[in-house]
Design a protein around this ligand. Structure first.
Ligand code: SAM
Ligand code: SF4
Length: 613
C-alpha cells in the first residue's frame, strides 16, 4: 500500500483534487495498492496501479516522502479535465516551487531592477502591483527607466485582437532594445497575465526575445521563473490556473505612491461564459478573496491616507466569500440576483455576498470613497442597491455593461437577460439611488447582429443616456463559444460604421446629461495638484467624472473665514460652471468631507430658501 498526501497549495485546487481522486479511481490495473489523502478525503484503492502520466508524476513526487518535485510535467487543469496532451513547459525544475509548503525561494537577485508596463483594464494594473510586491519581497528593485531595467515585465490583455496587437508591436521594439543592450541576454522580458495564459509557449515561438511567460495565477512563481531564465538561459513558463488563488496574503505595492486612490482586488476569474468573451479562459474560475483579508488591506490603505478604493473583479458583484462557514446562512433567502433576472447557470448558494462586503468595507473609513468595477447586470439585487444608496462613502456610480440593446443579440451573447430586464434594472437603480451616474460597455457587430438589432442598441443608448461609455467593435476570440459555434458574419466595414453610430449617439446625449449638472455644487476628490494647464488641479466627482478647477486657497470649511491650499486627497466643494465631453470645469468653494458635505448642502439650500422668502 502506498500513501500519497497532497497538501493544500495554490497549484492544486479543489477541482484538481476532485479530478485527481477520479483519475486515481479510473486508472487501476490491479498491481499496486494505493491510498490517496486529499484534504482529509481518503480515496483508497486496493490493487491499483497508476497508469496516467499525470498520476505517475504525482506518484514520483509524493511517494518518495520528499517534497522535491520535478515540476516540468506538473499537470494543469486541462490535463485533469480532458486528459489532453502533456503540458509543455520549458522549465526543468528540481527544486520546490514557491507555492508549495516550506517553499525554497530563489536566491536574492543582487539588486536587479525591474520595469513594468501595464496594458488593458484596472485589474491588470493591480496585477502588476501584486507582481511587483512579490518581486520586491524577493529582492528586486523597481525602475521607471526602461534603459536601466534588468527585467521588463509586460502585464498583458487578451480581450480583443487589438489589445494583443499592441503587445506584439511592443515586443518587436523590446527585441531590438535587447539586441542593443550592453549586457548580452538582458534585459529579461516577461509576459504576464491574460496573453501569457492564452498563448503560452506560442509567445516564445513567435517572439524569441521572451524569457518568462506567467499566467494570472502564477505571480508567486515569478522569482523562481526569473532565476531559472537567468541561470539556464531558457524560457520559463508557468500558466497553471488555480481555483483558489486570490493572493489574499499579499499586500500589493502601489506603483503610484503619491496617489490617494488605490485598487483592491476582491475576486478573480469568471464563471459566466458569455459567448464572445475570453476572460473565463484566461483568468479561470471565479473565486472570492476572504472578507477579512480585504478589510485588512483597506484598513492599511486608510492608515496610509488613501481616500478612494476601487474594488476590482472580472465580475465584481458576483463576490461570494465561502471562507467562513457562518456566512452560509446569509443569502439563501435572498436569491442574490437583480429583480426579474434569470440565470442561465446554476445559481450559487451560500457565502458572504457583495452587499455584505460593501456594508463592511464602507464602515472601515467613512471618509474613504468606495467604487467597484466591473459588475454584471444580473448581480444587482435590491440589497446591493440599498447599501449603495444608504452609505455616503459608496459612490453613486454604477457601471452597467449592456453589450447590446437587442434581446436577440443578448441571447446569442448568453448574457442571461433581455433588453426589457436591463431597462427595468436601470429604472430600479434610478429609483433607489436618485442621481446615480450610469456608464456602460457596448459591443458593435456581434455574430448575427442585424440592422434592426443595431437600431435597438442605439435606442437603448438614447433611452438610458449614459454619462460615459466604453464602445467596442466585436473581436472574435479563439476558444469562446462564439468562435466554435457562430459566424463572425458582420463585415468589418459594417462593424466600423455601427460603432461610429453608437459613438455618435453617445456623444449626442452627453450635453443633455451634463447640462443639468452645470450650476450644481459637487464634492470633488482632488487627484492631481498639477495638470497640463498651469495653476489648475484635477479631481473627480462622486460620479467618476473628471473636474478641473483653478488652484487657489479656499475656505477651510463652509462657514470658515480662514482659507487653505488645495492638495491631493482633499475633498473640495466645487460649483460646476461648464462641461467638455468627458470632464467638468468648476470653481472651488470650500474644503469639505464625505460626511459633512450633504449636511452643508442641505443647510445652504434651506438658508437660500429662507432668504428668498
Ligand atoms: N464582466 C463584465 C460584464 O460582464 O459586463 C465585463 C468585463 S470584460 C473584461 C470588459 C468588456 O470588454 C466587456 O464588457 C465587453 O464589452 C468587452 N469585450 C469582451 N469581449 C469582447 C470581444 N470579444 N470583442 C469586443 N469586446 C469585448
Ligand atoms: Fe466576460 Fe464579463 Fe461575460 Fe465574464 S461576465 S464572460 S468577464 S463579459
Amino acid at each position: 500500500m502506498k500513501t500519497f498526501s497532497i497538501f493544500r497549495n495554490h497549484a492544486f485546487g479543489k477541482i484538481q483534487q476532485r479530478a485527481f481522486s477520479t483519475l486515481l479511481r479510473d486508472n487501476i490495473d490491479r498491481k499496486t495498492s494505493a491510498s490517496c489523502c486529499i484534504h482529509g478525503n481518503h480515496v483508497t484503492q486496493t490493487e491499483c496501479n497508476i497508469s496516467s502520466n499525470n498520476l505517475q508524476f504525482w506518484s514520483r513526487a509524493f511517494s518518495s516522502g520528499t517534497k522535491k518535485v520535478d515540476l516540468s510535467h506538473v499537470p494543469d487543469i486541462k490535463d485533469f479535465i480532458k486528459s489532453s496532451q502533456p503540458r509543455i513547459d520549458h522549465v526543468n525544475l528540481d527544486e520546490v516551487p514557491p507555492y508549495l509548503e516550506n517553499a525554497v525561494y530563489a536566491p536574492p537577485p543582487n539588486g536587479k531592477t525591474v520595469y513594468f508596463e501595464m496594458y488593458g483594464c484596472q485589474m491588470n494594473v493591480n496585477d502588476g502591483e501584486y507582481a511587483w510586491a512579490i518581486l520586491k519581497e524577493a529582492g528586486y528593485m523597481k525602475t521607471t527607466d526602461i534603459n536601466m531595467a534588468d527585467v521588463i515585465m509586460l502585464v498583458t490583455c487578451s480581450i480583443r485582437e487589438k489589445a494583443e496587437d499592441k503587445i506584439w508591436n511592443r515586443l518587436k521594439q523590446l527585441k531590438s532594445h535587447k539586441q542593443n543592450y550592453h549586457t548580452p541576454g538582458y534585459p529579461k522580458i516577461g509576459i504576464l497575465g491574460c496573453m501569457a495564459e492564452r498563448l503560452k509557449k506560442k509567445i516564445v515561438e513567435k517572439e524569441k526575445a521572451v524569457d518568462i511567460v506567467a499566467g494570472p495565477d502564477a505571480y508567486r512563481d515569478l522569482p523562481r521563473l526569473l532565476e531559472r531564465a537567468t541561470t539556464d538561459s531558457t524560457t520559463a513558463i508557468n500558466t497553471m490556473l488555480s481555483v483558489d488563488e486570490t493572493y489574499a496574503d499579499i499586500m500589493p505595492v502601489r506603483f503610484d505612491q503619491e496617489s490617494k486612490t488605490a485598487f483592491v482586488s476582491i475576486m478573480r476569474g469568471c464563471d459566466n461564459m458569455c459567448s464572445y468573451c475570453i476572460v473565463p479562459f484566461t483568468r479561470g474560475r471565479e473565486r472570492s478573496r476572504p472578507v477579512t483579508s480585504i478589510l485588512e488591506e483597506i484598513r492599511i490603505l486608510s492608515e496610509q491616507g488613501i481616500k478612494q478604493v476601487n474594488l476590482l473583479g472580472q465580475n465584481v458583484n458576483s463576490y461570494r466569500d465561502l471562507s467562513e462557514t457562518q456566512h452560509s446562512a446569509v443569502e439563501v433567502n435572498t436569491g442574490n440576483m437583480s429583480r426579474g433576472f434569470k440565470t442561465i447557470y446554476k445559481p450559487k448558494h451560500g457565502g458572504l455576498r457583495f452587499a455584505d462586503l460593501l456594508d463592511k468595507v464602507s464602515q472601515v473609513d467613512p471618509e474613504m470613497r468606495i467604487r467597484f468595477i466591473s459588475p454584471h447586470p444580473k448581480d444587482f439585487p435590491d440589497e446591493v442597491l440599498q447599501i449603495i444608496s444608504e452609505r455616503e462613502n459608496i459612490c453613486k456610480q454604477i457601471h452597467l455593461p449592456a453589450q447590446s440593446g437587442s434581446s436577440n443579440v443578448l441571447k446569442l451573447m448568453r448574457r442571461g437577460h433581455t433588453r426589457e430586464d436591463y431597462l427595468n434594472l436601470v429604472e430600479r437603480i434610478r429609483t433607489l439611488i436618485p442621481g446615480v451616474v450610469l456608464s456602460t460597455d457596448i459591443i458593435s457587430g456581434f455574430c448575427g447582429e442585424t440592422d434592426s438589432d443595431h437600431e435597438d442598441t442605439l435606442s437603448l443608448m438614447n433611452l438610458v443616456k449614459y454619462e460615459y461609455a466604453f464602445l467596442f467593435k466585436y473581436s472574435m476570440r479563439q476558444k469562446t463559444h462564439a468562435y466554435h459555434k457562430m459566424n463572425d458574419d458582420v463585415p468589418e466595414e459594417i462593424k466600423s460604421q455601427r460603432l461610429q453610430e453608437v459613438i455618435q449617439v453617445y456623444q449626442d446625449v452627453l450635453p443633455t446629461v451634463h447640462q443639468k449638472t452645470v450650476g450644481k455644487t459637487l464634492l470633488v476628490l482632488i487627484e492631481k495638484d498639477k495638470t497640463k494647464v498651469p495653476n489648475t488641479v484635477q479631481g473627480r466627482t462622486d460620479g467618476n467624472v473628471k473636474v478641473f478647477i483653478p488652484n487657489y486657497d479656499v475656505a477651510s470649511s463652509v462657514t470658515s473665514q480662514n482659507t487653505r491650499t488645495v492638495c491631493t486627497g482633499d475633498y473640495i466643494a466645487v460649483e460646476v460652471t461648464s462641461y467638455k465631453p468627458n470632464s467638468y470645469r468648476g470653481i472651488p468653494l470650500y474644503h469639505s468631507s464625505v460626511r459633512s458635505f450633504r449636511v452643508d448642502e442641505q443647510k445652504q439650500r434651506s438658508e437660500k430658501l429662507k432668504s428668498a422668502v
